[in-house]
Design a protein around this ligand. Structure first.
Ligand code: CAA
Length: 447
């Protein structure tokens, strides 16, 4: 059977940078270390006032197509994953296709376009859809464009304001991909939850502390489901485990849970037993609460072992460095984590060919999904085409008053007029260009 997976990746970060410990923390009267040490965040990328989910998605897709020498006729499917859509009928993919058609000779007339929604896990679901479409042989030799784009803004004053971000990631899903092949095995953990939702509102209603518990619970179920299908796993099976990363501190918690599961009944559990004892097993406890307490004590002891910290440094840390600088991009976050690991591997001369990644996605509401990917021989040359440092460095820093203006400009309930102040200069990119006669958002390409 032909391999299918991720052929190429491009990232577009919102063009503004808000320093979290230096600017947001003092303005909110908070300790900067809550950001750097607690949440693991240094900066948020925010969209300038002429940017939105369409411009960021179209700009990422445009760069990807230019770089890979792809034209509209090569694309048979465009799926956009977002939880920041502004239109309940017309999918964001049509707006993005419309942008791209302004600058390409061809069009996407015969491409299937759609929009995927399940909070942050929908980017992974869109990749799934593309994979299934190609595997089913309905693609006529064409590739799919999957774009995860979000403006992850919270109500001013909400605790979530600390974890904001905005950006897009475009991925080409194709046969015989240059970066990663996807495996068929998957694990799911899915439940009706009200931890984070946007019922007909722009900014989320969030129960922050509960959202963390729901993330961990669904992730545990997804790992159990995956193991049930594929047999026991071992920590050495995976070069990297990119998790959905709302903030790196969340991954610190998820990785501890994941490692505990990975070492269960392995030589690693046995080797560590001298120091921290064996893992508690539910059958040894009459009371669930006691079992949970024992498990959490074991996990704490586990994370302070050298074996765990070495594993974390090698397997998890390389997935987090972009997130620390850009904040949460919702649907794009887990895909940014995968790109971070590949970029880190290329920069540090690691040989990742044939290495396996365990990709752990999560969306509030709530669903976790786990699957394996294998790194392809052409990965290094391909990922090195992604100029991530340029993207991060060209952002314009904003102070707190400017941040307030930018937040208002993106707030649908605040009328800031049309003559908006901008903080960066658009160049060779799509920009928002006001509203059309049917209240549609319009865009133009700035050369
Ligand atoms: N030095 C070191 N660490 C500090 C510190 C200091 N001075 N001050 C605080 N911390 C630590 C805290 O101990 C805490 O770490 P632990 O959880 O490991 O104990 C961390 O920094 C955050 O501090 P608080 O819990 O006090 O922060 P908060 O009350 O402002 O809330 C939050 C944090 C709940 C994550 C909030 O930002 C939020 O609601 N975010 C949005 C929801 C979210 O991202 N949830 C994640 C799971 S849901 C998901 O993944 C989907 C999604 O993308 C949204």
């Amino acid at each position: 059977m032909t391999d299918v997976g991720i052929d190429a990746i491009e990232i577009w970060t919102g063009k503004l940078r808000l320093d979290l410990p230096g600017t947001l923390a003092p303005a909110k009267g908070e300790d900067p270390e809550k950001y750097t040490k607690g949440l693991g965040l240094f900066a948020s990328s925010l969209p300038d006032t002429y940017e939105d989910i369409v411009t960021m998605g179209a700009n990422a897709a445009h760069r990807l197509m230019e770089r890979e020498d792809v034209v509209p006729a090569d694309i048979g499917r465009i799926d956009v994953a977002t939880e920041s859509a502004f239109d309940n009928s017309k999918p964001v993919s049509t707006y993005i296709a419309g942008c791209l058609e302004q600058i390409y000779d061809g069009d996407f007339r015969h491409a299937n376009k759609g929009e995927r929604k399940f909070a942050c896990v929908s980017g992974t679901q869109a990749i799934d859809d593309a994979y299934n479409w190609i595997r089913a042989g309905r693609h006529r030799g064409r590739s799919a464009l999957v774009i995860a784009t979000d403006t992850a803004l919270y109500e001013r004053g909400d605790a979530g304001e600390a974890t904001q971000g905005g950006g897009a990631i475009a991925m080409l899903i194709a046969e015989n991909p240059k970066l990663m092949t996807l495996s068929q095995a998957q694990g799911f953990g899915s439940m009706d939850e009200t931890d984070f939702l946007k019922p007909n509102q722009q900014f989320p209603s969030v129960d922050g502390k509960r959202s963390i518990q729901v993330y961990l619970a669904r992730m545990r179920e997804a790992i159990e489901d995956f193991e049930g299908q594929n047999g026991e796993m071992h920590p050495e099976d995976y070069a990297h485990i990119p998790f959905h990363t709302p903030f790196p501190g969340m991954v610190r918690k998820a990785a501890a849970l994941g490692y505990r599961r990975l070492i269960r009944d392995t030589d690693v559990e046995e080797a560590l037993a001298n120091k921290i004892g064996p893992q508690p097993r539910p059958e040894a406890f009459a009371d669930t609460e006691e079992y949970r307490e024992a498990l959490s004590e074991y996990t704490e002891a586990l994370t302070s072992t050298d074996r765990y910290t070495t594993w974390y440094e090698e397997v998890i840390e390389p997935t987090l460095w972009i997130s620390r600088e850009v904040g949460n991009w919702y649907t794009g976050s887990v895909h940014v984590a995968r790109a971070s690991a590949l970029l880190d591997g290329a920069a540090n001369g690691r040989d990742l060919t044939d290495a396996r990644f365990l990709v752990a996605s999560y969306g509030s509401g709530a669903q976790a999904e786990i699957h394996e990917e294998a790194v392809q021989p052409g990965w290094k040359r391909e990922i090195q085409k992604l100029p991530i440092e340029d993207h991060l460095e060209r952002r314009s820093d904003i102070d707190f008053e400017e941040y307030e203006l930018v937040h208002d400009a993106h707030n649908h309930d605040v009328d800031t007029g049309t003559d908006l102040r901008t903080f960066s200069v658009p160049e060779h990119e799509f920009v928002f260009d006001g509203w059309g006669p049917m209240n549609e958002r319009q865009y133009r390409f700035v050369t």
